[in-house]
Design a protein around this ligand. Sequence first.
Ligand SMILES: Cc1ncc(COP(=O)(O)O)c(C=O)c1O
Length: 337
Amino acid sequence: MRPHGLATSVVDAIGNTPLVQLKNILPHVGLPPTTRLFAKLDNLNPGGSKKDRVAKQIVLDGYESGELVAGQPIVELTSGNTGTGLAIVSAALNHEFIAVMSAGNSIERARQMRALGAEVVLVPQAPGNVDGQVSGKDLELVREVTESLTQERNCFRADQFRLKGSWRAHYNSTGPEIWEATGGDIGTFVDFVGSGGTLIGCGKYFKEVKKGFKCYAVEPLGNEVLKRGSGGKLGVGKGGHRIQGGGYEMTFDELELFKDVDVGELVDGFISISDKEAVDAARLLAKKEGIFGGFSAGANLSAAAKVIMEGKVEGEEGVAFMVCDNGLKYLSTDLYL
Ligand SMILES: Cc1ncc(COP(=O)(O)O)c(C=O)c1O
C-alpha cells in the first residue's frame, strides 16, 4: 500500500498501488467463486496510469547515465499516459516537457498534459483513419514529428519504445509489489501489449521468482500481429481497434524492448480480445467492483477470465492483471455512456 508519510515530491507518490482481489465480478465473467483474480490498481497513480512508473524510471535512468541534465527539455511521443507521467515528473523535477501525440487519442489526455505545464503537439491522423482508433501508420507520423523536435530543441527523448526504463519500472516495482501483496501465491499474468514494457518487466520478474510462472500477451481480435509473427509468419493487422494504449500492429522484432528478453521464454501464449469484450469487461469492473479503468483494463480482465476458463491455470493459483489507467480519461468516448 501507499506510504502515508510526507513525500518530498509527487514523484514519491508513484507506484505502491493497491492490489485488489476481485469477488463480485466472478459470476458475471463465468468464473467460480474460488477463483483468485487480482487487479492492480495503477489507475490510482498521480497521473492516473501505470506509465507514471515508466516516466519516473526513464528520467532517473537519464540522470544516472548523464543523458539528461538539469533543466534540459524532455520530449516523447505518447498516446497520453506516458506523456501525463512525464508531465508530472517534469513539473516536479523542473524540466520543460513536450508531448507529441496522435489527434486520434482522446482529448482529455492532451488537456491533462497541458494543465500540467506540458506543450502538446497534436499530429493529424493518416488519411482515412478513424478518430479514437490509432493505427501503426498514425504512430509512424507521430514518431517523425518527435524525431525532428528532439534535434531542433536539443531535448532528452524519453523514448518509451526504446529505453530500458520502460520495462525496468515494472521489473523494479510493479512485479515485486504484486508478488509481495499475494505472498507469492500467484502463477499467471496477462497483459495487453503496447510497448511491451509491462509484460516484459513483470513477466521477467515473476519468472525469476517462480519457476513455471505463466505470462500471456493480450492483443486485439483480428489484429494478432504478435501471435502470427511469432509463428514464423508475419501477421498483417486488419487495422483499427478501440483498445487505446496498445495493439500497434508491431511484431516482437519491431518492438525494441523485446530485444532485451527471450520472447519464447517470456511469453507462454496469446489471448485475443474483441473491442466488445474489452468494453463489456471494463463496464463490469466499474459496476461490480467499483474499479474505474480504461479499455485496456477491460481487455486484461477479459483475457484473465479466458485464461482461467480455458483451463490454463492450475487449481486455484492466482491470476493478476493491470488496471492500466483511469476511466476518467475516456469520458469523451462511449466506454461509459
Ligand atoms: C491505457 C494503456 N493500456 C496499456 C498500455 C500498454 O502497456 P505497455 O506499453 O507497458 O505494453 C498502455 C501503454 O501506453 C496504456 O496507456
